[in-house]
Design a protein around this ligand. Structure first.
Ligand SMILES: Cc1cc2nc3c(=O)[nH]c(=O)nc-3n(C[C@H](O)[C@H](O)[C@H](O)COP(=O)(O)OP(=O)(O)OC[C@H]3O[C@@H](n4cnc5c(N)ncnc54)[C@H](O)[C@@H]3O)c2cc1C
Length: 454
Protein backbone atom coordinates (compact mmCIF):
# COMPACT_ATOMS: atom_id res chain seq x y z
CA UNK A 1 0.00 0.00 0.00
CA UNK A 2 1.32 3.52 -0.86
CA UNK A 3 2.48 5.47 2.22
CA UNK A 4 0.82 8.84 2.77
CA UNK A 5 3.33 11.69 2.51
CA UNK A 6 3.09 14.75 4.72
CA UNK A 7 4.65 18.22 4.50
CA UNK A 8 4.50 20.70 7.37
CA UNK A 9 4.86 24.42 6.69
CA UNK A 10 5.73 26.59 9.69
CA UNK A 11 4.24 30.06 9.11
CA UNK A 12 1.08 31.06 7.21
CA UNK A 13 2.42 34.36 5.85
CA UNK A 14 2.84 34.89 2.12
CA UNK A 15 5.90 32.62 1.88
CA UNK A 16 4.33 29.72 3.81
CA UNK A 17 1.07 29.87 1.85
CA UNK A 18 2.84 29.89 -1.51
CA UNK A 19 5.05 26.98 -0.44
CA UNK A 20 1.94 25.06 0.71
CA UNK A 21 0.28 25.70 -2.66
CA UNK A 22 3.08 24.01 -4.62
CA UNK A 23 3.71 21.26 -2.03
CA UNK A 24 0.05 20.21 -2.30
CA UNK A 25 0.83 18.94 -5.81
CA UNK A 26 3.42 16.44 -4.50
CA UNK A 27 2.52 15.63 -0.87
CA UNK A 28 -0.73 13.87 0.06
CA UNK A 29 -1.15 16.10 3.11
CA UNK A 30 0.14 19.59 3.78
CA UNK A 31 -0.31 21.14 7.23
CA UNK A 32 0.36 24.86 7.67
CA UNK A 33 0.93 25.95 11.29
CA UNK A 34 0.87 29.55 12.47
CA UNK A 35 1.25 30.84 16.00
CA UNK A 36 -1.01 33.82 15.22
CA UNK A 37 -4.81 33.96 15.04
CA UNK A 38 -5.80 34.03 11.35
CA UNK A 39 -8.74 36.38 10.70
CA UNK A 40 -11.38 35.47 8.10
CA UNK A 41 -11.14 38.90 6.48
CA UNK A 42 -8.30 41.01 5.04
CA UNK A 43 -7.17 42.93 8.12
CA UNK A 44 -3.66 43.49 9.54
CA UNK A 45 -2.58 40.94 12.16
CA UNK A 46 -0.02 40.88 14.94
CA UNK A 47 2.06 37.99 13.59
CA UNK A 48 2.81 40.05 10.45
CA UNK A 49 3.67 43.45 11.92
CA UNK A 50 4.48 44.83 8.46
CA UNK A 51 0.92 44.15 7.26
CA UNK A 52 -0.30 47.68 8.06
CA UNK A 53 2.42 49.24 5.90
CA UNK A 54 2.60 49.77 2.13
CA UNK A 55 3.20 46.54 0.22
CA UNK A 56 3.81 46.81 -3.50
CA UNK A 57 3.48 43.61 -5.52
CA UNK A 58 5.94 43.63 -8.41
CA UNK A 59 4.73 42.72 -11.87
CA UNK A 60 6.63 39.39 -11.82
CA UNK A 61 5.01 38.53 -8.48
CA UNK A 62 1.47 39.18 -9.67
CA UNK A 63 2.16 37.08 -12.77
CA UNK A 64 3.26 34.06 -10.68
CA UNK A 65 0.37 34.48 -8.23
CA UNK A 66 -2.07 34.40 -11.13
CA UNK A 67 -0.39 31.20 -12.43
CA UNK A 68 -0.67 29.55 -9.00
CA UNK A 69 -4.21 30.79 -8.33
CA UNK A 70 -6.00 31.28 -11.66
CA UNK A 71 -8.60 34.05 -11.37
CA UNK A 72 -6.79 35.79 -8.44
CA UNK A 73 -6.51 39.15 -10.23
CA UNK A 74 -10.16 39.29 -11.27
CA UNK A 75 -11.34 38.13 -7.83
CA UNK A 76 -9.27 40.76 -6.03
CA UNK A 77 -10.31 43.50 -8.46
CA UNK A 78 -13.92 42.54 -7.66
CA UNK A 79 -13.15 43.28 -3.99
CA UNK A 80 -11.75 46.76 -4.80
CA UNK A 81 -8.11 46.08 -5.75
CA UNK A 82 -6.80 47.67 -8.97
CA UNK A 83 -4.72 46.61 -11.90
CA UNK A 84 -2.48 49.26 -13.32
CA UNK A 85 0.20 49.89 -15.89
CA UNK A 86 3.40 50.29 -13.85
CA UNK A 87 4.75 52.97 -16.18
CA UNK A 88 1.62 54.86 -17.12
CA UNK A 89 -0.54 54.76 -14.00
CA UNK A 90 2.19 55.19 -11.38
CA UNK A 91 4.26 58.33 -10.86
CA UNK A 92 7.84 57.34 -9.99
CA UNK A 93 10.58 59.67 -8.83
CA UNK A 94 14.14 58.33 -8.92
CA UNK A 95 16.92 60.56 -7.60
CA UNK A 96 14.37 63.39 -7.68
CA UNK A 97 13.59 62.92 -11.40
CA UNK A 98 10.01 62.14 -12.49
CA UNK A 99 10.01 59.03 -14.67
CA UNK A 100 8.19 59.95 -17.88
CA UNK A 101 4.84 58.17 -17.91
CA UNK A 102 3.98 56.15 -21.00
CA UNK A 103 1.84 53.10 -21.81
CA UNK A 104 3.68 49.80 -21.34
CA UNK A 105 2.87 46.16 -20.89
CA UNK A 106 4.06 46.04 -17.28
CA UNK A 107 0.89 45.16 -15.42
CA UNK A 108 0.74 45.43 -11.62
CA UNK A 109 -1.89 44.63 -9.04
CA UNK A 110 -2.54 47.19 -6.31
CA UNK A 111 -3.94 45.35 -3.31
CA UNK A 112 -3.27 45.70 0.40
CA UNK A 113 -1.08 43.09 2.05
CA UNK A 114 -3.83 41.88 4.45
CA UNK A 115 -6.34 41.48 1.60
CA UNK A 116 -3.87 39.61 -0.60
CA UNK A 117 -2.79 37.30 2.21
CA UNK A 118 -6.39 36.60 3.26
CA UNK A 119 -7.34 35.76 -0.35
CA UNK A 120 -4.35 33.47 -0.87
CA UNK A 121 -5.01 31.80 2.50
CA UNK A 122 -8.64 31.10 1.51
CA UNK A 123 -7.51 29.54 -1.77
CA UNK A 124 -4.82 27.41 -0.08
CA UNK A 125 -7.25 26.26 2.64
CA UNK A 126 -9.62 25.04 -0.07
CA UNK A 127 -6.98 22.79 -1.70
CA UNK A 128 -7.49 19.04 -1.22
CA UNK A 129 -5.21 17.65 1.51
CA UNK A 130 -4.29 21.07 2.94
CA UNK A 131 -5.06 22.12 6.52
CA UNK A 132 -4.19 25.44 8.16
CA UNK A 133 -3.93 25.48 11.96
CA UNK A 134 -3.92 28.83 13.73
CA UNK A 135 -2.57 29.57 17.24
CA UNK A 136 -0.14 26.74 16.86
CA UNK A 137 3.51 27.63 17.44
CA UNK A 138 6.31 25.57 15.93
CA UNK A 139 8.92 25.18 18.66
CA UNK A 140 11.55 23.37 16.58
CA UNK A 141 12.04 20.65 13.98
CA UNK A 142 12.81 17.14 15.24
CA UNK A 143 15.28 14.80 13.55
CA UNK A 144 16.20 11.12 13.41
CA UNK A 145 19.58 9.66 14.37
CA UNK A 146 21.03 10.43 10.90
CA UNK A 147 20.07 14.12 11.18
CA UNK A 148 17.17 13.91 8.69
CA UNK A 149 14.26 16.06 9.86
CA UNK A 150 11.26 13.88 10.69
CA UNK A 151 8.71 16.41 11.92
CA UNK A 152 8.16 19.34 14.25
CA UNK A 153 7.56 19.93 17.93
CA UNK A 154 4.65 22.32 18.27
CA UNK A 155 2.48 23.89 20.90
CA UNK A 156 -1.19 24.73 20.39
CA UNK A 157 -2.55 27.72 22.31
CA UNK A 158 -3.18 26.73 25.94
CA UNK A 159 -1.86 23.17 25.52
CA UNK A 160 1.41 21.33 26.11
CA UNK A 161 4.05 20.52 23.47
CA UNK A 162 3.33 17.73 20.95
CA UNK A 163 5.23 16.20 18.03
CA UNK A 164 3.88 16.09 14.46
CA UNK A 165 5.67 13.72 12.04
CA UNK A 166 6.46 15.00 8.55
CA UNK A 167 8.49 14.02 5.49
CA UNK A 168 9.29 17.69 4.83
CA UNK A 169 9.35 20.74 7.10
CA UNK A 170 9.39 24.20 5.52
CA UNK A 171 10.46 27.08 7.73
CA UNK A 172 8.50 30.11 6.54
CA UNK A 173 8.35 31.88 9.89
CA UNK A 174 9.51 35.23 8.50
CA UNK A 175 11.86 37.81 9.95
CA UNK A 176 11.55 36.50 13.50
CA UNK A 177 12.53 32.99 12.36
CA UNK A 178 14.83 30.92 14.57
CA UNK A 179 16.14 28.80 11.72
CA UNK A 180 19.82 29.10 12.55
CA UNK A 181 19.16 28.27 16.22
CA UNK A 182 17.17 25.23 15.04
CA UNK A 183 20.10 24.07 12.88
CA UNK A 184 22.52 24.56 15.78
CA UNK A 185 20.36 22.40 18.06
CA UNK A 186 20.24 19.68 15.42
CA UNK A 187 24.06 19.72 15.31
CA UNK A 188 24.53 21.33 11.90
CA UNK A 189 26.93 24.14 10.97
CA UNK A 190 25.24 27.51 10.54
CA UNK A 191 24.85 29.31 7.22
CA UNK A 192 27.05 32.37 6.64
CA UNK A 193 25.07 35.59 6.85
CA UNK A 194 25.38 38.85 4.91
CA UNK A 195 23.84 41.80 6.74
CA UNK A 196 23.11 45.37 5.75
CA UNK A 197 21.52 47.79 8.18
CA UNK A 198 19.96 50.80 6.49
CA UNK A 199 18.34 51.96 9.78
CA UNK A 200 15.03 52.53 8.04
CA UNK A 201 11.86 53.56 9.82
CA UNK A 202 8.42 53.38 8.16
CA UNK A 203 5.48 55.50 9.27
CA UNK A 204 2.18 54.76 7.54
CA UNK A 205 -1.24 56.34 7.49
CA UNK A 206 -4.50 55.65 5.68
CA UNK A 207 -6.51 58.27 3.79
CA UNK A 208 -9.83 58.25 1.96
CA UNK A 209 -9.49 57.97 -1.83
CA UNK A 210 -11.87 59.99 -3.97
CA UNK A 211 -12.13 60.32 -7.76
CA UNK A 212 -9.94 63.18 -8.93
CA UNK A 213 -7.42 63.06 -6.04
CA UNK A 214 -4.74 62.66 -8.68
CA UNK A 215 -4.42 61.11 -12.15
CA UNK A 216 -2.27 58.18 -10.96
CA UNK A 217 -3.04 55.07 -8.90
CA UNK A 218 0.25 55.14 -7.03
CA UNK A 219 3.15 57.46 -6.37
CA UNK A 220 6.66 56.34 -5.42
CA UNK A 221 9.21 58.89 -4.24
CA UNK A 222 12.66 57.31 -3.85
CA UNK A 223 15.07 58.70 -1.26
CA UNK A 224 18.21 60.42 -2.54
CA UNK A 225 21.66 60.82 -1.01
CA UNK A 226 20.98 64.56 -0.66
CA UNK A 227 17.54 63.95 0.88
CA UNK A 228 17.44 60.49 2.48
CA UNK A 229 13.68 60.51 2.94
CA UNK A 230 11.09 58.86 0.71
CA UNK A 231 7.49 57.79 0.52
CA UNK A 232 4.84 55.90 -1.37
CA UNK A 233 1.09 56.28 -1.78
CA UNK A 234 -0.74 53.17 -2.97
CA UNK A 235 -4.41 52.88 -3.90
CA UNK A 236 -6.08 49.92 -2.28
CA UNK A 237 -9.47 48.35 -1.76
CA UNK A 238 -12.04 50.18 0.35
CA UNK A 239 -11.43 53.48 -1.51
CA UNK A 240 -8.29 54.07 0.50
CA UNK A 241 -4.79 55.36 0.00
CA UNK A 242 -2.10 53.77 2.14
CA UNK A 243 0.76 56.23 2.50
CA UNK A 244 4.13 55.18 3.90
CA UNK A 245 6.85 57.75 4.60
CA UNK A 246 10.31 56.47 5.41
CA UNK A 247 13.50 57.94 6.76
CA UNK A 248 16.86 56.68 8.00
CA UNK A 249 18.56 56.86 11.39
CA UNK A 250 17.18 59.78 13.40
CA UNK A 251 15.62 61.57 10.42
CA UNK A 252 12.28 59.76 10.50
CA UNK A 253 8.63 60.72 10.08
CA UNK A 254 6.93 61.69 13.35
CA UNK A 255 3.72 59.90 14.35
CA UNK A 256 1.88 63.13 15.22
CA UNK A 257 -0.28 64.19 12.25
CA UNK A 258 1.22 67.66 11.83
CA UNK A 259 4.77 66.37 12.04
CA UNK A 260 3.86 63.63 9.55
CA UNK A 261 2.72 66.15 6.94
CA UNK A 262 5.72 68.38 7.64
CA UNK A 263 8.02 65.38 6.98
CA UNK A 264 6.21 64.76 3.66
CA UNK A 265 7.02 68.35 2.70
CA UNK A 266 10.74 67.55 3.11
CA UNK A 267 10.82 64.66 0.59
CA UNK A 268 13.04 65.09 -2.50
CA UNK A 269 9.98 66.29 -4.54
CA UNK A 270 6.82 68.11 -3.39
CA UNK A 271 4.28 65.91 -5.21
CA UNK A 272 3.46 63.44 -2.42
CA UNK A 273 3.02 66.25 0.09
CA UNK A 274 0.70 68.05 -2.34
CA UNK A 275 -1.38 64.88 -2.61
CA UNK A 276 -1.55 64.45 1.19
CA UNK A 277 -2.75 68.01 1.59
CA UNK A 278 -5.86 67.12 -0.43
CA UNK A 279 -6.69 63.85 1.38
CA UNK A 280 -8.85 63.08 4.40
CA UNK A 281 -6.97 60.96 6.99
CA UNK A 282 -8.70 57.82 8.26
CA UNK A 283 -6.57 57.12 11.32
CA UNK A 284 -3.33 57.98 13.08
CA UNK A 285 0.17 57.36 11.61
CA UNK A 286 1.79 54.07 12.76
CA UNK A 287 5.52 53.47 13.02
CA UNK A 288 7.66 50.40 12.33
CA UNK A 289 11.44 50.10 12.61
CA UNK A 290 12.72 47.94 9.77
CA UNK A 291 15.00 45.14 10.87
CA UNK A 292 18.36 44.70 9.21
CA UNK A 293 18.44 43.01 5.75
CA UNK A 294 19.90 39.49 6.04
CA UNK A 295 20.85 36.95 3.40
CA UNK A 296 21.54 33.47 4.76
CA UNK A 297 23.80 31.38 2.58
CA UNK A 298 22.20 27.95 3.04
CA UNK A 299 23.42 27.00 -0.44
CA UNK A 300 27.03 27.18 0.78
CA UNK A 301 26.58 24.72 3.65
CA UNK A 302 28.59 21.55 3.19
CA UNK A 303 25.90 19.55 4.98
CA UNK A 304 22.30 20.51 5.63
CA UNK A 305 19.41 18.49 6.98
CA UNK A 306 17.32 16.62 4.44
CA UNK A 307 13.61 17.04 5.02
CA UNK A 308 14.00 20.71 5.94
CA UNK A 309 13.88 23.95 3.91
CA UNK A 310 14.30 27.58 4.92
CA UNK A 311 11.98 29.66 2.74
CA UNK A 312 11.14 33.30 1.89
CA UNK A 313 12.25 35.78 4.60
CA UNK A 314 13.80 32.95 6.63
CA UNK A 315 16.22 32.58 3.69
CA UNK A 316 16.63 36.25 2.80
CA UNK A 317 14.94 39.38 4.16
CA UNK A 318 15.27 42.48 2.01
CA UNK A 319 15.13 46.23 2.49
CA UNK A 320 11.37 46.63 1.90
CA UNK A 321 11.57 49.94 0.00
CA UNK A 322 12.31 47.94 -3.16
CA UNK A 323 9.08 45.93 -2.75
CA UNK A 324 10.73 42.58 -3.47
CA UNK A 325 9.91 40.17 -0.59
CA UNK A 326 6.56 38.77 -1.73
CA UNK A 327 7.70 38.51 -5.35
CA UNK A 328 10.87 36.66 -4.35
CA UNK A 329 8.71 34.30 -2.23
CA UNK A 330 6.55 33.71 -5.33
CA UNK A 331 9.65 33.03 -7.48
CA UNK A 332 10.93 30.59 -4.82
CA UNK A 333 7.56 28.80 -4.82
CA UNK A 334 7.68 28.45 -8.61
CA UNK A 335 11.25 27.10 -8.31
CA UNK A 336 10.29 24.68 -5.52
CA UNK A 337 7.61 23.33 -7.84
CA UNK A 338 10.23 22.77 -10.58
CA UNK A 339 12.67 21.18 -8.08
CA UNK A 340 10.00 18.69 -7.01
CA UNK A 341 9.06 17.99 -10.63
CA UNK A 342 12.73 17.43 -11.55
CA UNK A 343 13.80 15.10 -8.78
CA UNK A 344 11.01 14.61 -6.21
CA UNK A 345 11.75 14.88 -2.49
CA UNK A 346 15.18 13.17 -2.67
CA UNK A 347 18.03 15.70 -2.43
CA UNK A 348 15.46 18.49 -2.46
CA UNK A 349 17.21 20.84 0.01
CA UNK A 350 20.49 21.07 -1.96
CA UNK A 351 18.67 21.50 -5.27
CA UNK A 352 16.33 24.15 -3.90
CA UNK A 353 18.98 26.23 -2.08
CA UNK A 354 21.19 26.33 -5.15
CA UNK A 355 18.38 27.53 -7.42
CA UNK A 356 16.89 29.90 -4.80
CA UNK A 357 20.32 31.55 -4.48
CA UNK A 358 20.17 32.38 -8.20
CA UNK A 359 16.72 33.94 -7.70
CA UNK A 360 17.94 36.00 -4.73
CA UNK A 361 21.20 37.23 -6.34
CA UNK A 362 19.58 39.94 -8.46
CA UNK A 363 17.12 41.54 -5.98
CA UNK A 364 19.72 41.31 -3.19
CA UNK A 365 22.38 43.05 -5.29
CA UNK A 366 19.87 45.71 -6.34
CA UNK A 367 18.75 46.50 -2.81
CA UNK A 368 22.20 46.30 -1.19
CA UNK A 369 23.73 48.34 -4.04
CA UNK A 370 21.02 50.97 -3.54
CA UNK A 371 21.55 51.02 0.25
CA UNK A 372 25.28 51.55 -0.18
CA UNK A 373 24.65 54.91 -1.88
CA UNK A 374 24.07 56.23 1.63
CA UNK A 375 27.29 57.01 3.54
CA UNK A 376 25.77 55.94 6.91
CA UNK A 377 25.15 52.39 5.64
CA UNK A 378 28.09 50.09 6.33
CA UNK A 379 29.25 47.63 3.70
CA UNK A 380 31.90 47.04 1.03
CA UNK A 381 31.63 49.70 -1.71
CA UNK A 382 33.33 47.92 -4.59
CA UNK A 383 34.21 49.79 -7.78
CA UNK A 384 31.35 47.91 -9.47
CA UNK A 385 28.83 49.17 -6.88
CA UNK A 386 30.11 52.76 -7.24
CA UNK A 387 30.00 52.67 -11.06
CA UNK A 388 26.53 51.11 -11.11
CA UNK A 389 25.14 53.67 -8.67
CA UNK A 390 26.60 56.53 -10.74
CA UNK A 391 25.06 54.97 -13.85
CA UNK A 392 21.62 54.53 -12.18
CA UNK A 393 21.73 58.23 -11.25
CA UNK A 394 22.19 59.16 -14.92
CA UNK A 395 19.56 56.61 -15.91
CA UNK A 396 16.95 58.27 -13.66
CA UNK A 397 17.76 61.64 -15.24
CA UNK A 398 17.41 60.15 -18.74
CA UNK A 399 14.13 58.38 -17.79
CA UNK A 400 12.58 61.81 -17.12
CA UNK A 401 12.57 62.43 -20.87
CA UNK A 402 12.89 59.01 -22.50
CA UNK A 403 10.17 56.38 -21.97
CA UNK A 404 12.38 53.60 -23.36
CA UNK A 405 14.87 54.16 -20.53
CA UNK A 406 12.07 54.30 -17.94
CA UNK A 407 10.62 51.11 -19.41
CA UNK A 408 13.95 49.30 -19.08
CA UNK A 409 14.36 50.48 -15.49
CA UNK A 410 10.85 49.38 -14.47
CA UNK A 411 11.22 45.99 -16.19
CA UNK A 412 14.33 45.29 -14.12
CA UNK A 413 12.88 46.73 -10.89
CA UNK A 414 9.78 44.54 -11.39
CA UNK A 415 12.01 41.46 -11.83
CA UNK A 416 10.70 40.99 -15.39
CA UNK A 417 14.08 41.55 -17.08
CA UNK A 418 17.68 40.85 -15.98
CA UNK A 419 19.79 43.82 -14.82
CA UNK A 420 21.95 43.46 -17.95
CA UNK A 421 19.02 45.03 -19.80
CA UNK A 422 20.05 48.40 -18.30
CA UNK A 423 23.43 48.03 -19.98
CA UNK A 424 22.14 46.82 -23.35
CA UNK A 425 23.40 49.02 -26.22
CA UNK A 426 19.97 50.60 -26.88
CA UNK A 427 19.56 51.70 -23.26
CA UNK A 428 23.24 52.57 -22.64
CA UNK A 429 23.25 54.96 -25.60
CA UNK A 430 20.08 56.72 -24.45
CA UNK A 431 21.42 57.07 -20.89
CA UNK A 432 24.87 58.35 -21.78
CA UNK A 433 24.07 60.62 -24.71
CA UNK A 434 24.28 64.31 -23.82
CA UNK A 435 20.84 65.85 -23.48
CA UNK A 436 19.71 69.44 -23.34
CA UNK A 437 18.07 70.14 -19.91
CA UNK A 438 16.15 67.14 -18.54
CA UNK A 439 12.43 67.63 -17.94
CA UNK A 440 11.64 68.89 -14.46
CA UNK A 441 7.90 68.28 -14.33
CA UNK A 442 5.97 65.00 -14.80
CA UNK A 443 4.62 64.59 -18.31
CA UNK A 444 2.37 62.05 -19.93
CA UNK A 445 3.22 60.99 -23.44
CA UNK A 446 1.12 59.01 -25.84
CA UNK A 447 3.99 56.69 -26.70
CA UNK A 448 3.46 53.40 -28.44
CA UNK A 449 3.41 50.33 -26.24
CA UNK A 450 6.95 49.24 -25.58
CA UNK A 451 7.18 45.44 -25.44
CA UNK A 452 8.50 43.52 -22.43
CA UNK A 453 11.96 42.08 -23.09
CA UNK A 454 13.03 39.26 -20.78
C1 LIG B 1 7.72 47.12 6.68
C2 LIG B 1 7.80 46.10 5.59
C3 LIG B 1 7.31 46.43 4.34
C4 LIG B 1 7.35 45.49 3.31
N1 LIG B 1 6.94 45.86 2.07
C5 LIG B 1 6.96 44.97 1.07
C6 LIG B 1 6.52 45.32 -0.23
O1 LIG B 1 6.20 46.48 -0.52
N2 LIG B 1 6.50 44.35 -1.19
C7 LIG B 1 6.91 43.08 -0.92
O2 LIG B 1 6.86 42.23 -1.83
N3 LIG B 1 7.37 42.72 0.29
C8 LIG B 1 7.40 43.62 1.29
N4 LIG B 1 7.86 43.25 2.53
C9 LIG B 1 8.35 41.88 2.73
C10 LIG B 1 7.20 40.88 2.87
O3 LIG B 1 6.35 41.26 3.93
C11 LIG B 1 7.76 39.46 3.09
O4 LIG B 1 8.88 39.26 2.29
C12 LIG B 1 6.73 38.40 2.71
O5 LIG B 1 5.62 38.52 3.53
C13 LIG B 1 7.24 36.96 2.83
O6 LIG B 1 7.54 36.74 4.15
P1 LIG B 1 7.38 35.36 4.95
O7 LIG B 1 6.25 34.57 4.49
O8 LIG B 1 8.72 34.78 5.01
O9 LIG B 1 7.05 35.97 6.39
P2 LIG B 1 5.74 36.67 6.91
O10 LIG B 1 4.85 37.05 5.79
O11 LIG B 1 6.20 37.74 7.84
O12 LIG B 1 5.01 35.52 7.73
C14 LIG B 1 5.61 34.82 8.78
C15 LIG B 1 4.53 34.02 9.50
O13 LIG B 1 5.16 33.11 10.39
C16 LIG B 1 4.39 33.07 11.60
N5 LIG B 1 5.31 32.57 12.64
C17 LIG B 1 6.42 33.16 13.13
N6 LIG B 1 7.03 32.33 13.99
C18 LIG B 1 6.28 31.19 14.05
C19 LIG B 1 6.41 29.96 14.76
N7 LIG B 1 7.45 29.71 15.58
N8 LIG B 1 5.46 29.02 14.57
C20 LIG B 1 4.41 29.23 13.73
N9 LIG B 1 4.25 30.38 13.05
C21 LIG B 1 5.19 31.34 13.20
C22 LIG B 1 3.92 34.50 11.77
O14 LIG B 1 2.79 34.58 12.63
C23 LIG B 1 3.59 34.88 10.32
O15 LIG B 1 2.26 34.53 10.00
C24 LIG B 1 7.87 44.19 3.56
C25 LIG B 1 8.37 43.86 4.82
C26 LIG B 1 8.37 44.82 5.82
C27 LIG B 1 8.96 44.47 7.17
Amino acid sequence: MKRTTHAVVAGAGMGGLLAARVLSETYDQVTVLDRDGLPDEGVPRRGVPQSGHAHGLLSRGSEILEELFPGLTADLVATGAMTCDAQNDVQWFGDGHPLLRAPSQLQCLLVSRPQLEWYVRSRVAALPGVEIHERCEVIEPIAGADGTVTGVRLQRHGQGPEDMPADLVVNATGRSNRGTEWLRRLGYELPAEERVDSRLVYVSREYRRRPGDTDVNAMVVGHTTATPRGGVALSGEGDRWLVTLFGMGDDIAPVDPDGYHAFAARLPVPDLHRLLERLEPLGPPRQMRIPVSIRRRYERLGRHPEGYLAFADALCQFNPTYGQGMTVAACEAAELRRCLADGGPTGLAGRFYERAARIIDVPWDMSVGGDLRFPAVEGPRTLRVKLLNAYIGRLHAAAAADPVVGRAFLSVANLQAPPQRLLSPGVLFRVLRPRRGATAAPQIVAAEKIPVTR
